[in-house]
Design a protein around this ligand. Structure first.
Ligand SMILES: [Zn+2]
Length: 296
């Protein structure tokens, strides 16, 4: 059995595609409070349920010992920015989407769930003074149905998409390009690390997303996508496009960003207008005409 015990390391199965329309995170498992157990990605869900790891089993949640929780997600393969009900609440599932972790706003490409900018009610994680290792932490058990589970609130800055931006160029880092994909929001749109094309700051809407290419060498790679930020909401405040309506999706504390200067849609400067039209034209060729757009 290829099971490795490691401290302070999380290593989980990645997302995979189960149908033409849905992407699934197979499993996120977190054991205990102190030690994180890294499981071989080759273990199947069946194996996990029938495997004893030291004295712990995944089928028994006992708080006096190590415990485990599972997170499941189904998210659309491709987000649709032209849906009539946009913007959406950041916690909502969309279409045939599913999740079993209520506060999740998406899932990291490594399968770990990404939660909103708050914890313990409507208090922002920075405001609460949480120390977050790699942007996340393990929530202790709240009741019999909620065993502890590691999750991200902030940028998972120890993972590849972020290291690519922070490692010096002389050490192989590539900070001056559009950041790599770090996860998917519940609505199916990708969440990228900090920088935009050319390494510049992304021009984001109130949700934390924008339209623009995601590859420096392919101007036609225009999609709506989110960027992680070092400040709240860290990933997204609403499911965009924001259409200047982010506030309507907030409950209690607002995590909406400032937007791009009073426009419904925010497009990254330098984006090809033709590529933008071709992208939204997949769903609705006249959709853009209904909204104000920043100069790009
Ligand atoms: Zn971008």
């Amino acid at each position: 059995m290829d099971t490795v015990l490691k401290e302070n390391l999380v290593h989980f199965p990645t997302l995979y595609v189960v149908s033409p329309s849905l992407r699934v995170s197979q499993l996120s498992v977190m054991f205990g409070y102190v030690k994180y157990f890294s499981l071989s990605p080759s273990l199947s869900l069946f194996d996990l349920h029938h495997t004893h790891i030291n004295t712990y089993t995944l089928t028994t949640y006992t708080y006096t010992h190590q415990v485990a929780a599972e997170a499941h997600f189904k998210i659309p393969i491709e987000g649709n920015p032209t849906l009539a009900d946009r913007p959406g609440n950041m916690y909502s599932t969309v279409g045939e989407g599913e999740k079993n972790i209520g506060p999740s706003i998406g899932v990291h490409v490594n399968g770990i769930n990404i939660q909103g900018p708050n914890d313990a009610g409507a208090v922002n994680v920075d405001e609460a003074g949480f120390q977050l290792m790699c942007g996340g932490h393990v929530t202790p058990p709240v009741n019999d149905n909620q065993p502890p589970l590691y999750h991200y609130h902030k940028a998972a800055d120890c993972t590849p998409a972020f290291k690519n931006e922070s490692i010096p160029v002389s050490h192989g880092g590539m900070p001056a390009v559009h950041a790599n994909l770090t996860g998917y929001a519940n609505d199916g749109f990708g969440i990228y690390a900090f920088s935009d094309v050319g390494g510049v700051a992304p021009v984001l809407d109130e949700c934390g997303g924008h339209f623009g290419p995601v590859h420096d060498d392919d101007p036609t790679s225009v999609v709506y996508h989110y960027h992680a930020t070092t400040y709240t909401p860290y990933h997204l405040a609403c499911q965009g496009p924001a259409l200047q309506q982010c506030e309507s999706t907030q409950h209690g504390t607002s995590f909406c960003g400032p937007g791009c200067g009073g426009f419904d849609l925010c497009v990254q400067p330098g984006t090809s207008e033709l590529s933008l039209k071709q992208y939204v034209g997949k769903w609705n060729s006249t959709w853009l005409n209904s909204f104000t757009v920043n100069k790009f």
